[in-house]
Design a protein around this ligand. Structure first.
Ligand SMILES: *Cc1c(COP(=O)(O)O)cnc(C)c1O
Length: 376
């Protein structure tokens, strides 16, 4: 947690859980990506934290943006970015939204099927498309499913189809899985990317761009490699698979851009046990899965939690949210160690929460307000 967030929370008087994001950390993260991969354009994945403050900061620093909807595109334009810095990166788009994006000036679209290519050929004639291919996300703590992407032979067909329909078959994309802690994960994906480039060239379709996706981690409980280490590993893989013909590249960091910039302050509502002999306490916070901590699903993301009583003796706790849905348990399979002296009314700080939190909060399930967010 930064000194600026600490100061902000010390002066805060309102009630309820809140997220505080330090924009100086976001600025440092952007610069780290830009310098670790100097020949790669950065397309910030807007969904990670779409607040106007973050978008305005990044637009000012020269970032491009990966968007998934017209609302995200409009937010990015409102933040001062021009449409040539926007990619419509969702492979699942309504044709009228494609037309809307095209009218707003967007010219770069993701696809993973011929049906989507046909929509784009009709609604955004002449635009650039890149095809997402399926990739096994081993090593990622928040793996992405088979929802996006197609296999390699189909990717070649999809790109050739785009070319035939008058679109610019620009390149390929993949995502190595979010919170990817293996810097080598990009190597296998770039091998596949190069194979698609060769197969397309044999059919007379010259690709020029590889979208390296997101996946760059935030430090939670476990140590993660530096952005520089990812940059080096990616550059080596590009050389290995593309030789001297290194393509144009872009990255789409979401979590890695904003995750470590945010802290949630929450309050202990109840500490109890299920029986007198139980040695595991239940600690209920005023924030849970529906208040912004949805990424604790399957206990995938384990946030660092600090209390004012750290340092003393600790014991295992089941950590849960305040709502009446029994799903609203954060950590139970692997209990969380918290101080024995923790009491009702104590404040806790949940770190690394700048990404995928505020917009994951429900609009008011059980009467609990969406997570308040402050960007300072
Ligand atoms: C969500 C998303 C990202 C960002 O992923 P992170 O793991 O948060 O970096 C990048 N690209 C696409 C297409 C996405 O959907």
């Amino acid at each position: 947690m930064t000194e600026r967030i600490h100061e902000f929370l010390r002066r805060r008087e309102d009630d309820g859980p809140c997220l505080v994001v330090d924009l100086e950390v976001v600025r440092d993260n952007y610069r780290a990506f830009a310098s670790a991969l100097p020949d790669t354009r950065v397309f910030y994945a807007v969904k990670a934290n779409p607040s106007p403050e973050v978008l305005t900061l990044l637009a000012g620093l020269g970032s491009c943006f990966d968007t998934a909807s017209i609302t995200e595109i409009e937010s990015v334009l409102a933040a001062g970015a021009t449409p040539d810095r926007i990619s419509f990166g969702n492979t699942i788009k309504k044709e009228r939204d494609i037309a809307r994006a095209f009218a707003l000036g967007v010219r770069l679209f993701a696809v993973d099927s011929k049906a989507e290519v046909e929509k784009i050929a009709r609604a955004a004639p002449g635009a650039r498309v890149f095809c997402r291919f399926l990739f096994d996300c081993a090593g990622a703590e928040w793996p992405l499913s088979r929802k996006f992407g197609c296999d390699l032979p189909m990717a070649v067909d999809v790109l050739e189809h785009a070319h035939r329909l008058g679109l610019e078959a620009h390149g390929v994309s993949f995502h190595v899985g979010s919170q990817q802690r293996r810097t080598q994960a990009w190597d296998q994906a770039l091998k596949s990317a190069a194979a698609i480039f060769r197969a397309c060239a044999e059919r007379g379709v010259q690709l020029t761009m590889v979208n390296l996706g997101g996946g760059f981690p935030t430090r939670y409980l476990k140590e993660v490699p530096t952005v520089k280490a990812y940059g080096n590993s990616i550059f080596r893989a590009l050389r290995k698979h593309f030789g001297n013909a290194i393509p144009e590249t872009i990255i789409e960091p979401g979590r890695g851009m904003v995750g470590n910039a945010g802290v949630i302050e929450a309050e202990v509502v109840l500490v109890s046990r299920k029986s007198e002999s139980d040695n595991v306490r239940w600690v209920y916070l005023d924030i849970g899965k529906f208040g912004g901590l949805a990424e604790t699903m399957d206990e995938s993301i384990r946030y660092p939690i600090r209390t004012s009583r750290d340092g003393g003796e600790a014991g295992p706790c089941v950590l849960a949210g305040p709502t009446c849905d029994s799903m609203d348990v954060l950590y139970e399979k692997t209990p969380y160690e918290l101080p024995i002296s923790l009491e009702i009314g104590d404040k806790v700080l949940i770190e690394g929460t700048g990404a995928y939190t505020a917009t994951y909060a429900s609009v008011g399930f059980n009467g609990f307000a969406p997570l308040k967010a402050f960007h300072i």
